[in-house]
Design a protein around this ligand. Structure first.
Ligand code: ADP
Length: 502
């Protein structure tokens, strides 16, 4: 039998990618192109929705052509398309012309900090958390849309008249990929807007009222697996079904086959994103973890807890670009491995404050414990340890708040190639660390959702089988050195907070 293929569109913060997997879960082709970011004022981040769309279509067409040409594939072997995307970023566009009425406001954009302060002062933080599972912050879509309407009241008039549509990047892409026929999102993306009630699984009228958002502009919420539209023939032939959809971190959780409560993944990129599958019950954190919808594949909503580390791989870049003690990221491993420990050196990379469980935006980074004998190798080792330690702080909190022990940790992202870092994570967290052969887990997750939706893979067991481990790092037994290291880390964190910038 001829193999079947699935295409993923992966629309990230800085690039658009199209990746094609075969039905054995192997990556056969991928194309990538960057997109620009614009910084019109300090702290503001925008992108051009038309550039995102054009770039995404170009990489899709390029990957498709390469597959057809190189693998002797006939178009009918392509089962369909899954989409995964940067989350929270919003676009507002004209329903008739399909043109955006404002640049996309990117998740990183801080322009709504004052709106957030106002809502917090009015006492809404807890009320919003109970409905959305989110911490009141400018990061999420709601205040970005609120800002658009407060900034230009004419847009609100047009929205109320039914002339405009709004959505996260998935909705913007799908509207155009289907020739303006389909306005949808899935619950994993909706749950990052701060307009979606994660208990009822619907847009929340009281939240819409609070943020001043007309409900008619919002997309219909569809399943994360299952056909929700077909690709317009002007882009590619064959009426390809669009059949998988999830935000990037949730897609990675799916791609890592974290299907049972307690199964957890960590993506080691610029920062770290840690998600724990919690099953069909949302668990609400008291210490700043986010409760989010993992996906809806037709058995009701599935939830996850999410925690992030602001600076992880970026600390390795800092060694390369600012301290200049390594020439490329992979040198960090070699340098760190040249010493057996960090000789008491601690680095807390709180360049932009500390995330969960500390939530201290005023904390600032430090290097402590240096002596006359400290070398660049000790610094490199302390950097890797800081990534593992910060992740462990989040994992510990997840365990504490759910009562669910973490049996193993699935890993991916650019810095997960570091064997030394993975071994440190296993040791500090005392869990096996499982690195898959395909580290493109986000893209694979979207393909897997489409594969489930199109019955290429009949059920989740197949996804678990397709996800093969590259290496499992087993934890070394705890010794006195390990305990001392954890105590020293907590002292360093306390110092980083004490010397903070406020
Ligand atoms: P993002 O999606 O956030 O851009 P990626 O998943 O592409 O991140 O990972 C990029 C990060 O991975 C960089 O911050 C870099 O420092 C780190 N990295 C890349 N290669 C290595 C390596 N060989 N060892 C350790 N870290 C690495």
């Amino acid at each position: 039998m001829r193999p079947t293929f699935l295409i993923t569109l992966d629309q990230g913060t800085t690039s658009c990618r199209a990746l094609i997997f075969n039905d054995a879960g192997q990556l056969v082709t991928s194309k990538q192109a960057p997109i620009k970011q614009f910084y019109p004022q300090p702290g503001w981040v925008e992108e051009d929705p038309n550039e995102i769309l054009k770039t995404q279509v170009q990489v899709l067409q390029a990957a498709y052509s390469e597959l057809i040409a190189s693998q002797q594939v006939v178009p009918s072997q392509i089962a369909g398309i899954g989409i995964t995307n940067q989350r929270e970023t919003v676009v507002l566009w004209d329903k008739k012309t399909g043109q955006p009425v404002h640049p996309a406001i990117v998740w990183q954009c801080r322009r709504t900090t004052k709106l957030i302060d106002r809502l917090r002062a009015e006492g809404y933080a807890e009320w919003i958390h109970e409905r959305t599972g989110l911490v009141l912050d400018a990061y999420f879509s709601a205040t970005k849309l609120m800002w658009l309407f407060e900034n230009d009241p004419d847009l609100l008039v047009r929205a109320q008249a039914g002339e405009l549509l709004a959505g996260t990047i998935d909705s913007w892409l799908i509207w155009h990929l289907t020739g303006g026929r389909t306005h949808v999102t899935d619950a994993s993306n909706a749950s990052r807007t701060m307009l979606f009630n994660i208990k009822t699984g619907q847009w929340d009228n009281e939240l819409l009222r609070l943020f001043g958002i007309p409900s008619q502009i919002l997309p219909q919420v569809v399943r994360s697996a299952g056909t929700y539209g077909t690709l317009d023939e002007s882009i590619l032939p064959g009426h390809l079904p669009l059949a998988g959809l999830a935000g990037d971190q949730q897609a990675a959780l799916f791609g890592q086959a974290c299907f049972l409560p307690g199964m957890t993944k960590n993506t080691y990129g610029t920062g770290c994103f840690i998600l724990m599958q919690t099953g069909q019950q949302p668990i609400f954190s008291k210490n700043g973890l986010l409760t989010t919808v993992a996906w809806d594949i037709g058995h009701g909503l599935n939830y996850a807890l999410e925690g992030s580390v602001f600076n992880a791989g970026s600390t390795i870049q800092w060694l390369r670009d600012e301290l200049k003690i390594i020439r490329q990221a992979s040198d960090c491993d070699t340098l760190a491995a040249s010493v057996s420990d960090s000789a008491g050196v601690q680095i807390v990379p709180a360049f932009t404050g500390l995330g969960a469980p500390y939530w201290d935006m005023n904390a600032r980074g430090l290097i402590s414990g240096i002596t006359r004998g400290t070398t660049s190798a000790h610094i490199a080792r302390a950097v890797l340890e800081s990534i593992a330690m910060q992740s462990q702080d989040v994992l510990h909190l997840m365990h504490q708040e759910t009562g669910i022990p973490i049996s193993d940790l699935k890993v991916d992202g650019g810095a997960a190639v570091s064997d030394l870092l993975m071994q440190m994570q296993a040791d500090f967290s005392q869990v096996p660390v499982d690195r898959p052969q395909i580290t493109e887990t986000t893209a694979f997750g979207a393909a897997a959702l489409a594969g489930i939706g199109l019955s290429v893979w009949p059920d989740l067991t197949q996804i678990t089988q397709v996800r093969a481990s590259d290496r499992i790092f087993q934890p070394h037994p705890i010794d006195a050195r390990y305990e001392a290291r954890l105590i020293a880390w907590q002292k360093a964190i306390a110092a980083a907070r004490a010397i903070g910038c406020s």
